[in-house]
Design a binder for this molecule. Sequence first.
Ligand code: AHG
Ligand code: MN
Ligand code: MN
Length: 335
Amino acid sequence: MIDPLTLNEFIVKKQDEVQFSSGELSQLLGAITLASKIVHREINKAGLLDITGSAGVQNIQGEDQQKLDVYANEKFKQALALRGHVCGIASEEEDDFVSFSNNNQSLSKYVVAYDPIDGSSNIDVNIPVGTIFSIYKRKSSNEKPVEISDFLRFGREQVAAGYVIYGSSTMLVYTTGQGVNGFTFDPSVGEFYLSHENMRIPERGSIYSINEGNADKFSEGAKCYLEACKSGNTLSGKPYSARYVGSLVADFHRNLIKGGIFIYPSYRGVPNGKLRLLYECNPLAFIVEQAGGSASDGNTRILDLTMNELHQRCPLFIGSKEMVTEAENLMRSEI
Ligand code: AHG
Ligand code: MN
Ligand code: MN
């Protein structure tokens, strides 16, 4: 059996289908995969180091080993600052956006927003976590440094989006608007290989993912939908299975492959839900739509939501198209 394509071979093969100039996407994804290989290495030592806090050991730069969120954030920021045609980044771990002004990076064409470690509370209990990223072409003139307006965009303007899941294997899944493809990391050679070509989410599944611990505070509509999932009063006519990992990337990835719906709704005391539009909801919404699924805030398509601030939160209903529609209809009927 011939080796499957590596990520770079795949990018070269698809070059004429994407809206990136030759070499740009390779460099952008090259920076992201480089950082993800470093994070993969640290996560796989989790059993040896307490990487959710200070491990009390020094890394090669002489820094104290930091909390993995911050550590991963630095690795992605360094990788993108040094290569990848990026003029600035926004991150869950940075209060404001970061402008890259060295060696005229500030004139580069792309901005990247990312959640360096999604589900980081699961690190020390060995449950899969992930990285989520979103790429836009800058809007402001590239004669000047990047501006906030380059990040406050509609999700439908993304030119690429993806995630890395550090699970039983480490996988990169991404889209540039030409479908969704998944690559599995082989640590023995340090390459990501095409393993899931043209991923499509089943129109319908039998899995629902929601933190039922918050159910007492849910809206009547959300409570009604939750009951339907349990009673079988749904499209499938039988009860769904509950699966909730506590890492959005892990719940999303399972539903992408098996079909299902993930919901993080707004509820009493949490009016906009918990998840962030820029670097969690928009990139996964781009991916799920490219795989034939859908994503909304319960009313409006995620990719059409107006973004007013960098860390803006929004409710998220994402997954199999028929299940998202069913949840939206039930939510509306109960308003
Ligand atoms: P992060 O670790 O980047 O802050 O993201 C955690 C998110 C998401 O991964 C997950 O689905 C959700 O938090 C779980 O929240 P609850 O514990 O409130 O259910
Ligand atoms: Mn997250
Ligand atoms: Mn995070």
